[in-house]
Design a protein around this ligand. Structure first.
Ligand code: ADP
Ligand code: MG
Length: 603
């Protein structure tokens, strides 16, 4: 386990070892030569960090090596951990975050000090916003110099910077505190509402040595890191009363429900109650999207008409129009029940008449008990209204999917990918972009839980390759990443990482020459392109070839289908450049309303 120096004890050595222990406990600097002279079995900060992670079942680190954590990655690998090295910390951080979502264990991102830390911070903030458990571990510069602002190498008070962007932030100064610090970080990341945690490890900590046996004793195996939180019986009874009073009930499943891994219980509640449900983007597949009770294809109808809405692990944020306004029924006509582990989420946007606070598994089980002999299924009128709207909308969509237009538009390309996911339901779909995101979400049905990973609560661009890499590493399943050309650009260099680790990732770039559309013009007539445009007819497929992956350029749905199937069959890293009509997209995809437009344009 450690850089051990074998014991040949003499009275003098024992004396030295004792004074050494005292010295280390006092938190002073440590010199390895002194340790060797003392000839006791030693461990150090590097090994203690790794042992603490391993003791808690953490087996993978996502990161970028450099000062002062280079050796931490090396030793972690030597000690049997999987260490996945990225080209940029943001993508390593995104990988860690989605690993957390997929496994319910905190994903670990390891970065160098100041700039590397800041690069990772975007991912940490995104993880916290999305309720994904992760721990960002960054090396940092010397406290004494940083605090006196004396201009150290990569000087920054990283702990202070991280605090507003995470659930908890800790700094460790003494090797003997590493075990406790890692335990606290794990608990903070996964208990209650999951989120990001920052762990600051100053360079000097790593080479601090201590007695190996004392080091082992200082480690903590976290017992029950995310304790069940049972809902109060009165809260459950209140929620059941409200549900039973409903004429037009609706369940909304969010990514908290997907995270909870209470798949069977949730399915049982939906099916036994007969209530139609709407999956949020990353909850798609919790029940198969083809389930007869899915109201996804009648979204606008159910949000407007439902009289009781039960949210399960979904927040009433912008993605649900804050529970009010035109998307919803008139104020006062709708009642909300909310199941969430975070009590402060209740009443965040509108009144919650029946808050049920607890973990989703426990809350849904408790509600399920109330769906008994006295339960009556939702009315036939409500169900048939939803079904009628679904059929009409699905018919409209299927004609668009069949069009096979040339050049391809989004629908004709997505029609092919929809079939591929149907045939390969255990593949993981990663999705980002504007039109590429919004249309793929609607078109591609998911059949299994936690198979759709996307831009989440912030609608952030740049998660594509980080999510794909972690999805492949954590699950071993094939990954299909459907990327807008702009979205892909944020993490494109990580195709090298995908090739280096030979991961089964197939990236399809929907290349329409620009952001939203590829048709904008520069009104001044000079040679600069409009700010929303990229190099015309770029060949993203060539990028992956540089690293030994398979690049394919396709212009028709048939070519696309063949190329994706070949990639999924072979498992080889593949990038398919799919040429999409530059005129096909719409401004900001489905959220054009959030993009203010000038009414007083001069040119
Ligand atoms: P979506 O965007 O899919 O609607 P959100 O991210 O808005 O989902 O909401 C997820 C919600 O789930 C958060 O409010 C979070 O507190 C909650 N949550 C996450 N994990 C659990 C859990 N295990 N039990 C209960 N609630 C959870
Ligand atoms: Mg584009």
């Amino acid at each position: 386990m450690s850089a051990a120096v074998k014991e040949t004890t003499t009275a003098d050595d024992t004396r030295k070892a004792k004074s050494l222990d005292a010295y280390i406990v006092s938190g002073g600097d440590f010199d390895i030569a002194t340790a060797e002279a003392a000839q006791q079995e030693l461990t150090d900060g590097f090994h203690l960090v790794i042992d603490a992670l391993k003791l808690n079942g953490i087996t993978t680190i996502y990161g970028v090596p450099g000062i002062p954590i280079t050796d931490l990655g090396r030793i972690a690998q030597a000690e049997g951990m999987r260490v996945i090295s990225f080209r940029h910390e943001q993508h390593a951080g995104n990988a860690a975050a989605i690993a957390g979502f997929l496994t319910k264990k905190p994903g670990i991102c390891l970065t160098v000090s100041a700039p590397g830390f800041l690069n990772g911070l975007t991912a940490l903030a995104n993880a916290t916003t999305n309720c994904f458990p992760m721990i960002l571990i960054s090396g940092s510069s010397e406290r004494e110099i940083v605090d006196l602002q004396q201009g150290d190498y990569e000087e920054m008070d990283q702990l202070a910077v991280a605090k507003p962007f995470c659930k908890a932030a800790f700094r460790v100064l003494h090797a003997q505190d590493i075990g406790i610090a890692v335990a606290r970080a794990i608990r903070a990341a996964v208990s209650g509402r999951p989120g990001g945690v920052y762990l600051d490890l100053p360079a000097k900590l790593f080479s601090q040595a201590m007695n190996a046996a004392a080091g082992t004793k200082s480690l903590v195996k976290v017992i029950d890191p995310a304790p069940a939180q049972l809902p109060a019986p009165a809260a459950v009874a209140r929620a059941l009363d409200v549900l039973k009073s409903a004429k037009r009930p609706l369940i909304i499943l969010g990514k908290g429900a997907a995270y909870a891994q209470a798949d069977d219980t949730i399915r049982a509640l939906v099916e036994k109650s007969g209530i139609p449900y709407l999956p949020m983007s990353m909850a798609k597949g919790l029940l198969p999207d083809t389930h007869p009770q899915s109201a996804a294809a009648a979204r606008s109808l159910v949000l407007k008409e439902a009289d009781v809405v039960m949210l399960i692990g979904a927040r009433l944020n912008w993605l649900l129009s804050h529970g009010k306004g035109n998307t919803w029924g008139a104020p006062g006509t709708q009642k909300f029940i909310q199941i969430d582990i975070e009590p402060k989420e209740m009443d965040s946007n509108v009144e919650i008449v029946a808050p049920v606070v607890g973990d989703i598994g426990s809350c849904v089980s408790a509600l399920l008990e109330g769906v008994d002999g006295t339960w009556s299924a939702p009315s036939v009128e409500w169900i048939s209204a939803i079904n009628a709207r679904k059929e009409a909308n699905l018919a409209k969509m299927s004609s668009k999917l069949m069009k096979h237009s040339m050049p391809m538009d989004f629908h004709s390309a997505l029609g092919v990918l929809r079939t591929i996911i149907k045939e390969r339901p255990d593949a993981i779909l990663v999705n980002e972009g504007a039109n590429t995101l919004d249309l793929a979400r609607g078109v591609i049905d998911m059949y299994q839980p936690r198979k759709r990973l996307d831009v989440g609560t912030w609608g952030v661009m740049g998660i594509g390759m980080g999510f794909s890499i972690a999805a492949a590493v954590e699950t071993g399943k094939p990954v299909l990443a459907i990327e807008g050309d702009s979205a892909f650009g944020f993490s494109g260099m990580e195709v090298e990482t995908i090739c280096r680790y030979n991961l089964p990732v197939c990236i399809v770039v929907f290349n329409n020459n620009g952001i939203y559309r590829g048709t904008d013009i520069n009104p001044t007539g000079d040679s600069d392109l409009a700010p929303t445009l990229f190099v015309k007819d770029a060949r993203y497929d060539k990028m992956i070839e540089a690293f030994g992956g398979v690049g394919v350029h396709v212009t028709t749905p048939d070519e696309l289908q063949r190329a994706v199937n070949a990639a999924m069959d072979s498992g080889r890293p593949t990038l398919i450049n799919a040429a999409i009509d530059p005129a096909a997209g719409s401004e900001s995809g489905n959220i054009g309303n959030l993009n203010p437009q000038s009414l007083v344009r001069k040119k």
